[in-house]
Design a protein around this ligand. Structure first.
Ligand code: FES
Ligand code: MG
Length: 568
């Protein structure tokens, strides 16, 4: 075992490694028992994950039961709602720090505890680059809160209610009253946002014991699953099932099918690309469209639909969804249990066909994420048609350009802003380098005068991301971003832009010879981030574009689990 390199033998170094660990552990701890880290993202400042200490206790019990030694390892934790300027800026830092600590320590395997948006992606990226046996316990969604008898979806209903206030149809007082009702319990957001999506996709990838993801955080079955995961982690080490065994092109195929069927967050695109990049798997933006667009949307969850994660769980959960599309899955993809994902299908009925639609009557024949290209997005951009307005999926309109989110806030409600229902709102400077960190600002709130006129959606285009809890006809992840010299930096107010989602194109309708004479907007450039030190500097100098997952260039790939030199 890997930990033998620290603990085995009679030399001075083995003595030191053992002696400092002898605080309650038996002698047998150093006699060939698998050392299993529990990488824990519990943090009071990541409220979605604060219950993971309790989950960790169950995992540790399971590890002991199976003969392993559990070792809790607190790792960098990212709370989506609090961390500035955006949790995405720190995803790669969390992944890098976790990777290095997994490699640097005498562990044979790891149980990954995540929940809030960036935590499962960063843990998977880390484990993939070290490639020691790893299994995920998704922390699970919170229970559904209600306000005046109406269920509240995290994020989605905050956006909706705040728009209602701006439109004058909800009082500020009532808006604030809803605040204490919206977060009902421990757990992550209960909409099909990024946290829910990544928990479910971790299972579709094979890195979670099938049937676990989506279990609500307060549900006692989560602790049972955590215990079983601890038991499994020891078996993973003994049978040497590593991330590279489980995470293959076939498992990413299955994750993309799942992403489409559940109507998951667009953020999953950058996260899955980044995880695949750590393993050298040839996954491209086009794979999301090629594989996902044939898949029906079956799950009726907010933001696109009516229900919440608790409903998905009682309706049968991910396995019931996957059972409906089992013919589209790759049967060769294995899970952490050693069994193929498809072997878990066949006995997972739908208990509520309103929440999970049976295959013959999907919400949409073609779910998934559409990948757009054109002279405005040479390396690609994405849109989630299920969250968009059908009448805007083919649209030609004039650009209203904002050079930064601050510029947007300063002018959006100006009565003289030349914007109408046919306009195309463009926000730039929000890519990985420009902001920095590619924040979730692409779903710009609509100008007040449009809201007052009853308009609830216009085409929006941005090089940033959108919260998985948001909705609208929003073109995201435009690559290359404006701060990297992408053509988004050339757009001027009044330019015609053509969005054609069925045709998969995004076009700046300006003659090529005129475009050739244009230079990047100096106003936009003035707003780009220009950090001089620290992580932000490292990040801006090395971050890749969204179309390949926005990882750092030097973090792509794997360094394996070996450390050649001793510390003493
Ligand atoms: Fe943590 Fe939404 S804020 S999952
Ligand atoms: Mg989010």
């Amino acid at each position: 075992m890997r930990s033998d390199a620290w603990y085995a033998g009679d030399d001075r170094n083995a003595y030191i490694h053992r002696a400092w660990m002898r605080r309650g552990v038996p002698d047998s701890a150093f006699e060939g028992r698998p050392q299993i880290a529990v990488a824990n993202t519990a943090s009071d400042l990541t409220p979605c994950n604060s219950h993971l200490d309790e989950v960790a206790r169950s995992v540790k019990n399971g590890i002991y039961e199976a003969g392993g030694i559990p070792l809790e390892l607190p790792v960098v934790s990212l709370g989506e709602t609090l961390v500035r300027p955006t949790a995405m800026l720190w995803r790669n830092m969390a992944a890098m720090a976790t990777e290095e600590m997994l490699r640097a320590n005498p562990i044979d395997g790891v149980v990954l505890l995540g929940g809030c948006d960036k935590t499962i992606p960063s843990l998977l990226m880390a484990a993939a680059s070290v490639d020691i046996p790893a299994v995920v316990v998704p922390g699970g969604p919170m229970l559904t809160g209600t306000f005046r008898g109406v269920p509240l979806g995290c994020g989605t209903d905050v956006w909706r209610l705040s728009e209602e206030v701006r439109a004058g149809t909800l009082s500020q007082e009532d808006f604030l009253r809803s605040e204490s009702a919206t977060i009902r319990s421990r757990g992550h957001c209960n909409t099909m946002g990024t946290a829910s999506t990544m928990g479910l996709l971790a299972e579709a990838l094979g890195t979670v014991i099938p049937g676990t993801a989506g279990t609500p955080a307060p549900d006692s079955r989560l602790l049972v699953a955590a215990h079983e995961t601890g038991v499994l982690a020891v078996d993973l080490v003994r049978s040497e099932r590593r991330p590279s065994t489980i995470l293959t092109k076939a498992s990413f195929h299955n994750a993309i099918v799942a992403l489409a069927a559940i109507g998951g967050s667009t953020n999953a695109v950058v996260h899955l690309l980044a995880v695949a990049g750590r393993l050298g798997i040839d996954l491209t933006l086009e794979d999301f469209d090629r594989i996902g667009s044939r898949v029906p949307l079956l799950v009726d969850l907010a933001p696109a639909g009516r229900f919440l994660m608790d409903d998905l769980f009682r309706a049968g959960g991910l396995l019931a969804v996957l059972e409906q599309v089992s013919d589209l899955l790759d049967p060769t993809a294995l899970t952490v249990t050693g069994e193929p994902l498809v072997s878990y299908l066949g006995s997972s009925p739908i208990w509520d066909p309103e929440v999970i639609r049976p295959r013959p009557r999907p919400l949409l024949e073609e779910g998934g994420i559409a990948v757009l290209r054109g002279n405005l997005a040479p390396s690609g951009a994405v849109i989630k048609p299920a969250a968009a307005s059908a009448h805007l999926l083919r649209h030609r309109g004039r650009a209203v350009v904002f050079d930064s989110i601050e510029d947007f806030h300063a002018r959006v409600d100006d009565p003289d802003l030349p914007v109408d229902a046919a306009s195309v709102m463009v926000l730039r400077g929000c890519g990985p380098k420009g902001y920095p960190g590619m924040p979730e600002v692409s779903n710009m709130p609509l100008p007040k005068k449009l809201l007052e006129a009853g308009i609830r959606d216009v085409v929006r285009i941005c090089d940033g991301r959108m919260s998985g809890t948001a909705y609208g006809t929003v073109v995201l992840h435009v690559s290359p971003e404006s701060a990297a010299g992408g053509p988004l930096s050339l757009v001027r107010d009044g330019d015609w832009i053509i969005l054609d989602v069925p045709g998969r194109t995004l076009t700046l309708d300006v003659p090529t010879d005129e475009l050739a004479t244009r230079t990047s907007s100096p106003e936009a450039a003035a707003a780009y981030a220009a950090p001089t030190r620290g992580w932000e500097k490292l990040y801006v100098d090395h971050v890749l574009q969204a179309d390949t997952g926005a990882d750092l260039d030097f973090l792509v790939g794997s360094s394996g689990d070996q450390v050649s030199r001793e510390s003493h």
